[in-house]
Design a protein around this ligand. Structure first.
Ligand code: NAD
Length: 330
């Protein structure tokens, strides 16, 4: 074993390695670039496999794709095990496999748990950067689990937020998110759902809900809503009427309408797939983003495989510069 892979060797990057290597700004850049590449058809995701396996209440699957511009080919395998928290593990478990696009040989095995959280936070962050009003001051958090902490840290870097408000279906989880706000140095208040809507300029939803937690009438004009929790058929975080009232953006339209937040508004014929703009087109300047201060913008961040590959590739590139990681021969 050595630390730098020679030709034909595989680079192993542990969870700890990834935490050392990939910061929030690295993830932001990787995700913003790959969203833009997707909108230009330079990168595409393969169909997602995600199944309830009928054991341990787990959802398990694969997300994969190919970025022709960045020459990144691979997959993320993993899912959601709701009982893990009691075992001292995070509920999401995943691993990224990167392959050499010229030969198909395995190039790197990368721990995917930290990277999933940091790339998901980068996704809502990219949406805030491109769609939220510049004068947004109050950030509303719906959700207070593992991902919420990463979401909060990344979001506050995008605007001059002065206050965080939070509502969570399980109130006992809220103080842990409050500690993150304290660490960041921002006031934090637990509020009702209606109050959250009334106060917030930007809202992130990041729960495992299967029913609307935010109703259309609670959301004030000009709000940017990033719906990040719905990544499976049947899940839902917001009122379909809110989706219909908003200008809607997503990471990938095909995924948004099948497993993302817009699946319900689509099923109810409130919007059509053509009403949804890929955020990559906004990043690239090919489509407009927010067009008025009063407009509600809604980003459906469904989580695409190319995001995982992009941050895993960033980890591999940074490892090459720093010597972090372990090289092995299969
Ligand atoms: P977690 O288990 O740490 O936290 C779960 C959160 O959802 C908590 O806020 C909890 O109070 C809430 N919740 C749990 N059961 C609920 C229910 N039945 N109804 C309403 N709320 C409920 O999970 P996490 O790791 O923070 O993940 C949160 C969600 O984000 C999950 O749905 C997960 O699948 C999703 N996720 C999405 C992406 C993406 O790219 N879009 C990436 C990672 C995770």
């Amino acid at each position: 074993m050595s630390t730098a892979p020679t030709d034909g060797q595989i680079l192993l990057l542990s969870e700890e390695d990834c935490q050392k290597l990939v910061g929030r700004s690295d993830a932001f850049t990787a995700v913003e670039n790959v969203f833009a590449a997707m909108a230009r058809d330079d990168a595409y995701n393969f169909p997602v496999i995600r199944e309830a396996i009928g054991y341990a209440n787990a959802l398990y699957g694969f997300k994969s794709g190919f970025d022709k511009a960045g020459l990144t080919l691979g997959l993320k395998s993993g899912g959601y095990w709701p009982g893990n928290a009691q075992k001292g593990l995070t509920n999401h478990q995943s691993t990224v496999f990167l392959f050499d696009p010229d030969t198909g040989r395995l190039k790197a095995l990368v721990g995917g748990n930290y990277l999933t959280a940091v790339r998901t936070a980068a996704s809502s962050s990219v949406s805030i950067a491109h769609l939220a009003r510049k004068d947004a001051r109050v950030l509303g958090m719906v959700g207070a689990g593992h991902q919420a902490q990463f979401q909060l840290r990344a979001a506050v870097e995008q605007r001059d937020f002065e206050k965080i408000v939070c509502w969570n279906p399980h109130p006992d989880m809220i103080p842990a998110l409050g500690k993150v706000a304290e660490d960041i140095g921002l006031p934090f208040e637990a509020v009702s759902q209606e109050e959250l809507g009334a106060q917030s300029d930007v809202i992130i939803t990041i729960t495992s809900a299967f029913e609307p937690l935010l109703m259309r009438d609670w959301i004030k004009p000009g709000t940017h809503v990033a719906c990040m929790g719905t990544d499976t058929k049947g899940k839902q975080e917001v009122d379909p009427a809110l989706v219909a009232a908003a200008r809607v953006f997503t990471d990938e339209v095909a995924q948004s309408i099948t497993i993302g937040e817009t699946q319900h508004a689509i099923a109810a014929d409130l919007i059509a797939a053509g009403d949804i703009t890929p955020i990559g087109a906004v990043i690239d300047g090919a489509a407009s983003g927010r067009t008025s201060d009063d407009q509600i913008t809604l980003f459906d961040g469904t989580g695409v495989g190319l995001q995982d590959l992009a941050v895993a590739q960033a980890a591999v590139d940074l490892a090459a510069k720093t010597g972090v990681g372990t090289a092995v021969t299969l």
